[in-house]
Design a protein around this ligand. Structure first.
Ligand code: PEP
Ligand code: MG
Length: 322
């Protein structure tokens, strides 16, 4: 099996009926890129920039960030790199920001909410990204978007920083796609509206599942409700992908579900364009997809969407594997 995977390293990811999907990797630091390339990653689908801000006693400077982003873009040699802007708060804290304790951190002041408030932090990151953009194929992604207003505000700030850099004579790529994570149900429900304004979606199932099921992703007591295969989740995913395609955009997924062998047949059937996962899952996923027919998986997904429970969906997927 390992031999087969190794052969697939430099191959495209294609279903038996010729549909191409992109398999990308989630990374946390520039050092992770080596593993992405060794495992045949076609891009970086999620660069979690939080690590740049953690394990230090003050905010990282624009130059520290610029160097990290530039390194990742250069090492990926023109392959797409989706960089997520700071997603701090919730389970990830920064001691030096001195943020007040919250009753429900996962429902609180985190990610884009914090960035739109602390624009000094946000603008520094955006400038670093814009400056690095000329070294590769950069895509910028905003986390935890709940309303169109948040996206518009974040994008306006990005464009302001871009204009400032231009006036300073700094080169910035004109090809940067700007997208959002879909990890809050309100955004999945209004995906048709978002799709008119964003360049892409990346579905963050880790959070989308917890918010849809109202089940804390860290809480063992309610983990039975944390159900990736619940038809409610599958329907939300379908809404996002359909909205993207109806507007000529692409839809990816960077939550754990994208690399899950039970989910992959369903996601292929729902039309997902990009799957972003831990690097070590890429070759197994490529092998799996190369044995599946997208047309058949469309039928499978349609059946799953009409089911009532997660257990029924799992049984359905297992029935094709036998
Ligand atoms: C997600 O929510 O699915 C996601 C990829 O982001 P994180 O796990 O960093 O919250
Ligand atoms: Mg998330």
């Amino acid at each position: 099996q390992r031999e087969e995977w190794r052969k697939l390293r430099d191959e495209a990811t294609v279903s038996t009926d010729g549909v191409h999907v992109e398999l990308a990797a989630n990374i946390g630091t520039p050092n992770d890129v080596t593993g992405v390339l060794e495992n045949g990653g076609e891009g970086v689908g999620l660069y979690r920039t939080e690590f740049l801000y953690m394990g230090r006693d003050k905010l990282p400077s624009e130059d520290v960030q610029y160097n990290a982003y530039k390194t990742v873009l250069e090492k990926m040699e023109g392959k797409p790199v989706v960089v997520r802007t700071l997603d701090i708060g919730g389970d990830k804290e920064l001691p030096y920001l001195d943020m007040p304790k919250e009753m429900n951190p996962f429902l609180g002041f985190r990610a884009i909410r914090l960035c739109l408030d602390r624009q000094d932090i946000f603008r520094t990151q955006l400038r670093a990204l814009l400056r690095a953009s000329v070294y590769g194929n950069l895509r910028i992604m905003f986390p935890m978007i709940a309303t169109l207003g948040e996206f518009r505000e974040a994008k306006a700030i990005l464009l302001e920083e871009k204009a400032k850099l231009a006036s300073e004579g700094v080169q910035v790529s004109e090809e940067i796609q700007v997208g959002i994570m879909v990890e809050i149900p309100s955004t999945a429900v209004l995906a048709d509206q978002f799709a008119k304004e964003v360049d892409f979606f990346s579905i963050g199932t880790n959070d989308l599942i917890q918010y849809t099921m109202a089940a804390d992703r860290m809480n063992e007591r309610v983990s039975y409700l944390y159900q990736p295969y619940n038809p409610a989740i599958l329907r939300l995913i379908k809404m996002v992908i359909d909205a993207a395609h109806a507007n000529g955009r692409w839809a990816g997924m960077c939550g754990e579900m994208a690399g899950d062998a039970t989910a992959i047949p369903l996601l292929l059937g729902l039309g997902l364009d990009e799957f972003s996962m831990s690097a070590t899952s890429i070759l197994p996923a490529r092998s799996q997809i190369s044995k599946l027919s997208r047309a058949d998986m469309e039928k499978l997904a349609a059946q799953a969407l009409d089911m009532q429970t997660a257990e029924e969906v799992v049984a359905l997927v297992q029935s094709i594997e036998g």
